[in-house]
Design a protein around this ligand. Structure first.
Ligand code: ADP
Ligand code: MG
Length: 283
């Protein structure tokens, strides 16, 4: 019979991959914040409009990208973080699959401006639905700014599936908290629809928790510290009387990555079992 198998064009493959990487605006926020951290930024701005449906922009003061890298970063499996399979066992960055920017560019209008401190000129890349519209030198501050506009403009089914702005914004903020809590040594500024919502100066973890969740938590936080030959655990837990009905103030991280794991949750619940009413959870 005739040959019928064909390789998918990159743009289609990226759009399919995007379905897995980008569920909603918050997924873009996570990927862009992680890239900024991997780039060594000490200050990061998150700017959203209409809960990220119209605009998600992350501006960092990290190492920036060269003229060629600024274009290459949108290719699938293009990464500076992994060179061989062995590297998989010593990953120290948040990303390594080189898929996020390719996926995001396949389903949005993306404007990248970037400049390494050592270079005189920066680079502008405009890309829409995986199609490069512009790639040119530009004056830019040190670091990287990526603006993602009109998310899912070419995937109406996904766009229609988004929840109300209120719900999507809750997801966006949750993603910001997850990153900002564990990177308290980085300054974050968060803007929504033109107003500054949250200003988080670089500080220690206790102060970062308070800056995010409110001063009322300050005297309720109890430090935890464990040094074991296999692991080190540190953080803050709340006193039993501050247990809440929701688990929304529980954040656990492994190697500075947010995780949810039933075994870890179980360990916490068990430690508090005799101290708090059933069905309540310690922050
Ligand atoms: P990954 O993070 O898995 O490598 P991404 O698609 O998120 O894949 O990014 C691709 C590459 O683009 C990164 O490996 C990095 O070299 C570069 N990059 C992305 N964002 C930034 C940034 N904010 N600053 C500097 N380089 C970046
Ligand atoms: Mg990444």
């Amino acid at each position: 019979m005739e040959d019928i198998i064909r390789l998918l064009p990159d743009a289609v493959a990226n759009q399919i991959a995007a379905g897995e990487v980008v569920q909603r605006p918050a997924s873009v926020v996570k990927e862009l914040l992680e890239n900024a951290i991997d780039a060594g930024a000490s200050a990061i701005q998150l700017i959203v409009k209409d809960a990220g449906k119209t605009l998600i922009q992350v501006v960092d003061n990290g190492r920036g990208m060269s003229f060629n890298d600024a274009r290459l970063c949108f290719e699938r499996h293009a990464t500076s973080k992994l060179r061989n399979a062995g590297d998989l066992f010593r990953i120290s960055t948040k990303g390594f699959r080189g898929e996020a920017l390719a996926s995001i560019a396949a389903i949005a209008h993306v404007e990248l401006k970037t400049k390494p401190a050592a270079d005189e000129m920066g680079t502008l890349v405009l890309i829409e639905g995986a199609e490069i519209k512009e790639h040119a030198p530009v004056t830019a501050p040190n670091g990287t700014s990526i603006a993602v506009k009109n998310l899912f403009f070419n995937v109406p089914a996904r766009r229609n599936f988004l929840k109300s702005d209120k719900v999507e914004l809750t997801h966006v903020e949750e993603e910001l908290y997850r990153v900002a809590l564990i990177h308290h040594d980085i300054t974050f500024q968060y803007y929504n629809n033109g107003s500054l919502i949250l200003m988080l100066p670089a500080t220690n973890m206790r102060q970062r928790i308070v800056n995010i969740f409110g001063q009322h938590l300050n005297d309720k936080l109890f430090p935890v510290e464990l040094n074991h030959e296999l692991m080190r655990i540190s953080g803050f837990i709340a006193k039993p009387e501050n247990a809440r009905k929701q688990k929304s103030e529980q954040f656990m991280f492994v190697n500075r990555r947010f995780v949810r794991h039933s075994l870890l949750n179980y360990a916490v619940e068990k430690a508090y079992a005799e101290l708090i009413p059933q069905g309540s959870h310690p922050p």
